[in-house]
Design a protein around this ligand. Structure first.
Ligand SMILES: Cc1ncc(COP(=O)(O)O)c(C=O)c1O
Length: 397
């Protein structure tokens, strides 16, 4: 029997592609991974204590709708973080990290047709690759909308025109964005909310980097939605403990949206979901309730970005991101540069083209590399100095 083509025709995933690119060439120094965005700072010790305290819960099938304690902790966090008034705990669905929710929300909420046509899912380009596969799994067509330096790395969805927007069912929007670290302003969210209302689509706001910022906390879609009185069913905000609390292995996140969306997502998960184990839900409740470790974590990243600002001062193509934990560095050719950096120094960085689509246009990630600032600061220093020297033209030229 033939295998389905739906997923076999996907482009090679970024990290096997990087391995294939670098494999033929020996590392030019001690290997340092600056390609994968896996948080490395310590997670709070109390999370493990809570896990042990609630270990008896491993004996139970976890509740799909989420433990009441967890939903309450998340609701209070949202109220504090975004000055929201009285968040309904029933409008929160705990997820196994944002990735699972970003995928399953599209399956649960993207209709079979939009205005009699195959629905479109709009995706910023470059983008977190899960969005594209979610669109495909839901039977929708992915449309990639470039997020480039010229538009502050924020996709201009309105420029697509009424015909495209009327066919659109879902818009993925990542703020702070991976890879560029751009943040949507209140004005940006307001315009996107108005567009969603006018053309009847849903906004999937991936805000999993919301707590990793330099100066000002990024504006969240939920705060703006409250201010403008938007329909709660228009917006889904996704958050996670992976980056905020250095707990990617917890697989613990949530979505906040309106009750109808929650019902549909819960329905799908009733049949197919694997809810977060109960002890992890209970420990997650404690982690959402604490801000001290988040402040410490943010300070560690800020020190690394201050260091990057010093090291790359005056380097053409360098721009300090306002949030997130990546540098998105402009270079002549991302693949070539990643290879040269590896060959000269043993540092692994990701070619930007592996995170974006080309299609009819030039791939907007082609002339970039993504550098993950997740290692300890002394390693980051070694890595950034090596990258700088690898990309700088030799003296005398
Ligand atoms: C933009 C973006 N969204 C979502 C995720 C998924 O994170 P998690 O499932 O750990 O919450 C990541 C992880 O790297 C990401 O970079």
């Amino acid at each position: 029997m033939q295998l389905p083509q739906r997923f076999s025709a996907l482009p090679e995933y970024a990290f096997p592609r990087l391995r294939a690119l670098l494999a033929p060439v020996p590392a030019g120094g001690e290997v340092l991974h600056m390609s994968i965005g896996e948080p490395k700072h310590r997670f709070p010790d109390f999370a493990m204590q809570a896990l042990v305290e609630h270990a008896a819960g491993f004996n139970k099938y976890p509740p799909n709708e989420g433990a009441a304690e967890l939903r309450a902790a998340i609701a209070r966090w949202l109220e504090r973080r975004y000055a929201l008034s009285a968040v309904e705990e029933a409008d929160i669905l705990p997820l196994n990290g944002t990735r699972e929710g970003l995928f399953n929300a599209c399956l649960a909420l993207c209709p079979e047709q939009k205005n009699g046509k195959q629905p479109l899912v709009l995706i910023p380009n470059p983008f977190y690759q899960c969005y594209m596969v979610a669109a495909r799994a839901a039977g929708a067509k992915a449309v990639f909308v470039n997020a480039e330096a010229g538009n502050g790395f924020l996709p201009d969805f309105a420029a697509l025109g009424a015909a495209v927007l009327d066919q659109t069912a879902v818009v993925y929007m990542c703020s702070p964005s991976n890879p560029q670290g751009a943040t949507a302003s209140a004005q940006y969210w307001r315009e996107l909310l108005a567009l969603a209302e006018k053309h009847d689509f849903k906004i999937f706001a991936d805000e999993c980097y919301s707590e990793i910022y330099r100066a000002a906390p990024p504006v969240g879609v939920l705060g703006v939605a409250q201010q403008v009185g938007a329909d709660p069913e228009r917006v889904l905000a996704f958050h996670s403990l992976s980056k905020r609390s250095n707990l990617p292995g917890f697989r613990s996140g949530f979505v906040k949206t309106g009750p109808k969306n929650i019902r549909e997502m819960r329905q799908l998960r009733n049949y197919t979901g694997a809810p977060i184990p109960l002890p992890i839900q209970m420990a997650s409740a404690k982690v959402w309730a604490d801000e001290a470790h988040v402040i410490e974590n943010r300070a560690l990243y800020s020190a690394k970005f201050d260091l990057a600002d010093k090291i790359f001062a005056g380097v053409p193509g360098y721009a300090s991101p306002s949030a997130g934990f990546f540098l998105w560095l402009k270079v002549p050719d991302g693949e070539q540069t990643a290879l040269e950096i590896w060959q000269k120094s043993g540092i692994r960085v990701l070619p930007g083209a592996y995170l974006s689509q080309g299609g009819a246009d030039v791939n907007p990630g082609r002339a970039y590399i993504r550098i993950a600032m997740v290692a300890e600061i002394d390693e980051i220093e070694r890595g950034l100095l090596a990258i700088k020297s690898a990309i700088s033209p030799p003296r005398g030229i």
